[in-house]
Ligand binder design. Structure first.
Ligand SMILES: Nc1ncnc2c1ncn2[C@@H]1O[C@H](COP(=O)(O)OP(=O)(O)O)[C@@H](O)[C@H]1O
Ligand SMILES: [Mg+2]
Length: 272
């Protein structure tokens, strides 16, 4: 890389590929104009992250993402003092950076984190748009353009319990589900680089798994899994081999469930 390259010379980044499922794009645009925080609800692999990427690109905002995990603390979001060459220096966390820079801050599955972690977002989620940083004895006002987006999987998380009622009511909630078949076929074909016929078989199978009666599965076959299977097909595997490795074995370790899914594949899939 030459050291004299400037941003003006960098090629424009293509818009992330995103197919709208409902009115989520219009709702997000409206929320963004008002600087309102957004709560994205939906199962894993349904397109939440891709949607935020597409919106950030459209709005011309930087996207700063932090993925929630069990051991996450508020310092992971806000920042901490670190020892550097014998000196203690403050290092901004992703939330603080987004607040300073007016970026979209996407807290992906932040509810996985402990309760004290989510408390720091409360004053950012209302009209104050403030981030108190105790350790610096200061409070930052969010720069224009700052927007908080958090994701939540209603299937197995309970953010709505761990967020205070008063905070929760300041979020615009957008529910994202798996796209209708036509759209999902388009998405799978595009992302995996396979033909519509193969994508269509995968989506039919995905929907059969999603609507299984009394399903023992914790998570169903997501769009992401269908794309993974599509990727194997794109690499020359047969549809069945791809489905076995990317979907059946991924969804369950239980021999009975694996057998039942195999039977479903036989019933639904026509290609070898
Ligand atoms: N509506 C959509 N438009 C375009 N791609 C999609 C859409 N929904 C899902 N995808 C694809 O599925 C993959 C998984 O989606 P992702 O955004 O990572 O899911 P989530 O964040 O909800 O777990 C994405 O990388 C993208 O390839
Ligand atoms: Mg995601």
């Amino acid at each position: 890389m030459s050291s004299n390259s400037s941003t003006a010379l960098l090629p424009a980044v293509d818009a992330p590929f995103y197919r709208a499922v409902g009115d989520e794009v219009e709702v997000f645009r409206a929320a963004a104009r008002r600087g309102l925080p957004v709560l994205l609800k939906g199962p894993t692999g349904c397109g939440k992250t891709r949607f935020v990427e597409a919106m950030a690109h459209e709005l011309g905002r930087e996207l700063i993402t932090a993925a929630g995990h069990e051991d996450m603390t508020s310092a992971d979001l806000v920042g901490r003092f670190l020892l550097k060459g014998g000196e203690t220096v403050w290092v901004d966390g992703p939330l603080t950076r987004a607040v300073r820079e007016g970026a979209i801050c996407y807290l992906d599955e932040v509810v996985e984190a402990r309760q004290d972690t989510t408390v720091v977002i409360h004053p950012l989620a209302d009209h104050r748009r403030e981030l108190p940083i105790d350790r610096l004895a200061t409070t930052l006002r969010a720069a224009p353009g700052f927007q908080l987006v958090i994701s939540y999987n209603p299937g197995y998380q309970s953010v709505l319990k761990s967020l205070k009622e008063s905070t929760r009511q300041r979020f615009i909630a957008i529910e994202l589900g798996f796209p209708p078949a036509e759209t999902e076929i388009d998405v799978v074909a595009h992302e995996a680089g396979i033909d519509i016929g193969a994508a269509s078989e995968l989506v039919t199978l995905g929907n059969a798994i999603r609507t299984l009666d009394g399903s023992p599965l914790r998570e169903v076959a997501s769009t992401r899994l269908l794309i993974l299977a599509g990727g194997l097909i794109g690499e020359g595997l047969s549809l069945r081999a791809a489905v076995q490795s990317a979907i059946v074995q991924t969804l369950s370790d239980d021999a009975d469930v694996v057998r039942a899914l195999g039977e479903l594949v036989d019933a639904v899939v026509s290609r070898p």
